[in-house]
Write a protein that binds this ligand. Structure first.
Ligand code: IMP
Length: 454
């Protein structure tokens, strides 16, 4: 036992030293360092994931996409430059990062090639890009089918027309599907193109899709030469990286309610957009995941058709669209706008096992006298906190709002939480408490510097 003050201090020093050693060795073994974070959209997409991923990419070794294709759109602002990306993961603009296009993505190789060229033309280097060999390709006929099917629908989905659905259809159908591995072998690629055109010629004629086989083969062979070096087994790459305590960021596209199983079917995209898709879409196991962050726009938007209970088809909606620049990155379509919906977000919390949330575009709400948040739905005489998955029930659901006081201050210059107006803090607190989730970041503008870390 220590007998005097010097001995007590010495003992404490020793304890701290031992604790530091334990922490160091745990970090070396990866217990503390390994991180596999998923960033997911909690609404209908366009939550501002691109900027958040871009910010988090700084502290990551690998950024991987796992589903969707060039139906997505990320706007990233770096200094005075604005980049609009659709396929390449958002982390591409950081130096010394590996960026992965996982097997769950459908890849329009022409778009991929164009994005690589446009980034390079602007003086930025494409880092260590890796494309999963088992990812499927979007081909021109997929786009033709997508547009044809949309025309035939009496109730339009409002697809982006990028061929996403048909590419996944061919993948699930297991005939005439083209994978990235096929681009490594020009003869194999040419054979599949020929077989596909031959087998589907009547159908292609019916939907007015015309092409010259030799031109197509020439064009895609040329592209294959460019993308070949990037193609590999990205599952092995990611698992090895995680074994070596690298930090991996999984970049979700679209949003939870556009998920093909859990979204507002049929007004959804053709892939699983929920967090669990990060595993199947990259070839890692669920035990690897250490964090799931849900990106929540401070209000709700939707592009394309489908139910949207808190939609404001009025001056409020117009104001949100104008102040939030709510026009699609991919198609330029005006986004439908409405209030935040906690019924949806609570459902999204469970679907994704969210561990925290990121609130984006909080600045867009500045200047509103009151801000409404939907807390429950009224269906007939009942009030419910449960999100109805059956479309007719959802269409009937009337949002019940809690009104919170707004703020007038410009918050785009705010650098830390303490500087936010009290009413903005109360808005964040209300959301966080209702979801029982911590707010990890708050975005108050498009620039990297306009991000408040909690
Ligand atoms: P698809 O994914 O092109 O088949 O479109 C299906 C639906 O998802 C349409 O309503 C699109 O507007 C919507 N959608 C697809 N990708 C995105 C996205 O990145 N953000 C928002 N909506 C999207």
């Amino acid at each position: 036992m220590p007998t005097n003050i010097t001995q007590v201090v010495e003992m404490q020093r020793l304890h701290i030293h031992i604790l530091n050693k334990i922490a160091e060795s745990l970090a070396l073994k990866g217990v503390m360092q390994m991180s596999a974070k998923i960033i997911i959209g909690t609404q209908f997409g366009d939550e501002g994931k691109g900027k958040i991923i871009d910010c988090l990419a700084e502290d990551s070794d690998i950024i991987a996409r796992f589903q969707g294709g060039n139906n997505a759109g990320h706007t990233i602002v770096v200094g005075d430059e604005t980049f609009k990306l659709h396929l390449i993961p958002s982390g591409v603009l950081h130096k010394n990062k590996t960026i992965v296009i996982g097997n769950g993505v459908v890849v329009d190789v022409k778009i991929l090639n164009a994005e690589i060229e446009s980034i390079e033309k602007r003086g930025h280097k494409i880092g260590n890009l890796k494309i999963a060999g088992n990812a499927h390709a979007i081909m021109p006929w997929h786009k033709a089918i997508d547009n044809h099917e949309e025309k035939l629908r009496t109730k339009k989905i409002g697809t982006t027309g990028r061929g996403i659905g048909p590419a996944y259809m061919f993948k699930a159908g297991r005939t005439n599907a083209i994978r990235m591995y096929d681009f490594k072998d020009e003869k194999r690629l040419a054979k599949i193109i020929t077989e596909t055109i031959e087998k589907n010629k009547d159908y292609f004629r019916r939907i007015n899709y015309t092409c010259t086989e030799t031109d197509l083969i020439r064009e895609y062979t040329a592209i294959s030469k460019k993308i070949k070096p990037y193609i590999c087994d990205t599952s092995i790459l990611l698992n090895k990286a995680l074994d070596n305590n690298k930090k991996v960021l999984f970049e979700g596209a679209q949003g939870t309610f556009l998920d093909i199983d859990h979204g507002t079917f049929p007004f959804v995209t053709s892939s699983n957009t929920v967090s669990s898709a990060a595993c199947a879409g990259t070839g890692i196991g669920p035990k690897r995941i250490t964090e799931v962050l849900g990106v929540v726009k401070a209000y709700t938007t939707r592009v394309g058709e489908g139910p949207f209970p808190t939609e404001q088809e009025n001056k409020t909606g117009e104001r949100l669209r104008k102040e939030g620049h709510e026009f699609g990155t991919t198609t330029g379509r005006p986004r439908r706008c409405g209030w935040l919906d906690l019924v949806m977000l609570n459902y999204a919390k469970n679907l994704n096992s969210l561990t925290g949330i990121v609130i984006t575009k909080l600045d867009v709400l500045s200047g509103l006298d009151t801000i409404k948040v939907c807390t429950t739905y009224r269906t007939g005489k009942n009030e419910t906190e449960i999100y109805p998955l059956d479309l007719p029930d959802l269409k009937e659901a009337k949002p019940v709002y809690k009104e919170l006081p707004g703020w007038t201050e410009d918050i785009t210059v705010v650098k830390n939480y303490e500087q936010l107006p009290q009413n903005a803090k109360d808005y964040l607190k209300f959301i966080s408490e209702r979801l029982s989730l911590p707010v990890k970041f708050i975005s108050v503008g498009p620039k990297r510097s306009q991000t408040i870390m909690m």
